[in-house]
Design a protein around this ligand. Structure first.
Ligand code: UGA
Length: 436
């Protein structure tokens, strides 16, 4: 099939390359000339495992190309909208500028029978509004939310847990759902659940899923706060409740909390939308989820301060991690960098290292010291804090080796990812988040 993908960021670039990898003829379109130039040469503009390979393969096969010219969308059977919906600068709601601009500029090139598939995370009610404009061209709008996780984006796109298609009523909707089944043919053939809904349900599925994940993380972080005043160990607590299949252990990792380009802004946009709909109280708990999450960043910085008897002024603190999570170079709303900036604000000399995110971090927070080599970053440290659980820190960093480089023996485990016993045995004073 011929596909266009409008918006070539984390979502769209992966979607375009992944669709080419399953045999479609794909054009990726973005207004950012630099991004398009880099993608057109097969270079991923961000770190995502597996993406460079499928980009190169798609371009070499002739099935994948990139352009800034929207006219190139003409002739595609399905047009995916994958532009960003960031938090508004002056509020909690989603900024819909890019979605509206993408649809406006696509409309002149739509033909009757085309399918426009929205993938961006949008406030519920958006698709119904956009459909009015799209329908005038004879094309059909479907809402096809994306559930990919950064770091696993290629796998999640080609082989998702489920596919959701929000379609209009009647034959038109049924036909559009069939078109999407054809797009995702390998996943559909292997029996991946394909759920057909109305627009509002499809839009809500996405925000509800992210709200649930955020709530799960904040729940366990709230337990960490209680553990801190009772001497309990939140990691054991998570293991124990996680054995209950109804609860499950995943996303019960207590620590400095969630960040990134999705969870934080999505729960805020959901609250804002619920308020507009007169149902603010239904998701009022998301404000609490947000507040618990932000408190954990503060708590991590406080743990470092406490470890130095209340004062980190002129202490050399090495921060292991900058990305909002491992396998990513994304620093949008990164709790890791937030903690680093807080410590810097308290007068510590902060050195940050990360396997992938240093370039992005240095552009955003030039006031911090960045060292690419992990061991170099650890040399002379009075204290160490792990804020992104990369294998380089979690599995591969031998505490005795770290002790041979650092000056001090304080380690704060902001992700509860280190072997506390091994670090203590190597002479470190170990502080976890919600564990003794
Ligand atoms: C999230 C969702 O997981 C995806 O399903 C969704 O498609 C995506 O947002 C999106 O809306 O596009 P992502 O932002 O890539 O994906 O990251 P997650 O793996 O969900 O992690 C989010 C944050 O939660 C990270 O900062 C991570 O460190 C933190 N986290 C995760 C915890 O603090 N504890 C945990 O137990 C798990």
């Amino acid at each position: 099939m011929r596909l266009s993908v409008i918006g070539c960021g984390y979502l769209g670039a992966v979607h375009a390359a992944a669709m080419a990898s399953i045999g479609h003829d794909v054009v990726g379109i973005d207004v950012d000339e630099r991004k398009i130039a880099s993608l057109a040469q097969g270079e991923a503009p961000f770190f995502e495992p597996g993406l460079p390979e499928i980009l190169a393969e798609g371009i070499a096969s002739g099935r994948l190309r990139f352009t800034t010219d929207m006219a190139e969308a003409q002739g595609a059977d399905v047009h995916f909208i994958g532009v960003g919906t960031p938090q508004q600068k002056d509020g909690y709601a989603a900024d819909m500028t890019y979605v509206n601009a993408a649809v406006d500029s696509l409309i002149p090139y739509l033909r009757p029978g085309d399918v426009v598939a929205g993938k961006s995370t949008v406030p519920v009610g958006t698709a119904a509004g956009l459909a009015e404009r799209v329908t005038l061209t004879g094309a059909t709008l479907v809402w096809n939310p994306e559930f990919l996780r950064e770091g696993f984006a290629v796998k999640d796109t080609v082989d998702p847990d489920r596919l959701v298609a929000g379609v209009p009523e009647g034959e038109e909707g049924e036909r559009a759902a069939d078109v999407l089944r054809e797009v995702y043919h390998p996943a559909v053939a292997k029996g991946t659940p394909f759920i057909v809904t109305d627009y509002a349900t499809a839009e809500l599925v996405k925000v509800a899923a992210n709200a649930f994940l955020a709530t799960k993380i904040s729940f366990i972080n709230a337990m960490a706060e209680i553990a801190e005043v009772t001497g309990a160990d939140v990691t054991q607590l998570a293991d124990a409740i996680g054995h209950d299949a109804r609860i499950g252990r995943r996303f019960l990792g207590a620590g400095i909390g969630f960040g990134g380009g999705c969870l934080p802004k999505d729960i805020r946009a959901f609250s804002a939308r619920a308020e507009e709909l007169g149902r603010g109280e239904s998701v009022a708990f998301l404000r609490e989820v947000d507040a618990i999450n932000l408190r954990r960043r503060e708590r991590a910085a406080q743990l470092v301060v406490e470890a130095f008897d209340g004062n980190v002024f002129k202490k050399n603190i090495t921060v292991l991690g900058a990305a909002f999570k491992p396998h990513s170079d994304d620093i949008r709303d990164s709790p890791a960098l937030d903690v680093a900036v807080r410590l810097h604000g308290l007068g510590a000399w902060v050195t940050v290292t990360d396997p992938e995110a240093l370039g992005n971090a240095a552009r955003m927070h030039p006031q911090l010291n960045y060292v690419a080599d992990r061991d170099e970053a650890l040399r002379g440290a009075d204290g160490v804090i792990v804020v992104t659980e990369w294998d380089e820190y979690r599995r591969e960093l031998d505490p005795a080796h770290a002790a041979s480089l650092a000056t001090g023996r304080v380690v704060v485990d902001g992700r509860n990812c280190l072997d506390a016993t091994a670090w203590r045995a190597a002479g470190w004073t170990y502080y976890g988040m919600g564990r003794p």
